[in-house]
Each structure stands twice: as C-alpha cells, then as structure tokens.
Design a protein around this ligand. Sequence first.
Ligand code: FES
Length: 169
Amino acid sequence: MMEKKEGMSRRQFLTYTLMGTGGFLLSGMMVPMVRFAIDPVLQPKAAAADFVEVGTLDEFTTTPIKKTFTLERMDGWYLDKAKLSAYISKSEAGEILALSPICKHLGCTIAWEGGGRENKYYCPCHDGEYTPDGVNVPGTPPPLPLDEYTVEIKDNKVYLGALRQRGGA
Ligand code: FES
C-alpha cells in the first residue's frame, strides 16, 4: 500500500521556483522596454519653441528682407533643429507677411528681385516668378503661391511659427 505524501513534491517546488525566477527576469526586461515606448507621452509639452523671434516690427518695410532662423521641434525623442529662412515684408496697413523662399515648382530657392525682375520674387531654375505677396505669376512654372509662415506680434517683436500652404492663383 502506497503512502500519500503531504506537502510539496520536488517537481512542484522546481516548477514554482522556475516560474518565479522567469517572471522576475521577464519583468526586469519588460519595465525598461515599456518605459522607453511611452516616454514621449510622459515628457512635458512645449519643450521646444513653437514660434521664433525674427526681429522688431519697425525693421520691416514693403521691401522684403530675408531672415534666417532656427526652429526647434520635438519629434518623438528627437529635438529637431531646422534652419529656415523667410522673406518678411510689412504692408502699407502694417501687416507682416513672411514667405518661404522655396519655389513651389521644384523646390529651388527664390530671390527677391533676382534675375533683374523688378518688384517680384524670381526663381532661377525655370524662370519662375511671384508677386510681392508671394502669388505665382500666371504663365510661369510655379503652380501655387509661396508657403506662408504663421506670424505672431508681441511687444513690438515679430515671431514666426509653422508654415502653411496657400491655395492656387
Ligand atoms: S523650381 Fe522654381 S521655377 Fe522651377
């Protein structure tokens, strides 16, 4: 007649020990992975600037001035520092217009009154032209007006934000 043993068998003890050790090691691996995956959600917002100061209101006139600036943006874990430029002018009514210098045809850089064009933006790649407010001149290659920066005025200073595309002429 067999005697029934009381308590835990050696097999059960080994199974529980292996499960406990495996669980402990697995959690040690999973915690950093989960933390790494959700880290951007835990970071405080607006670590990077949305608007960049480019000058004071009184330095701009109806003749566009080219300004270069650095715009910082958080892209996940990565702080992207984009070196950008804009042609900035002020209308007679005092409104600031900031245009991207990137041609809407194939992306060349335009120049104010380049190529001998008076009172126009000129793209040297395929003779593209834009009016002073950045609208593409019909009959030249660019299909759209120049992109426009979001402008904010605070304490007599001009700040530029995100670029936005404008509709066709
Ligand atoms: S890239 Fe500007 S006209 Fe073609």
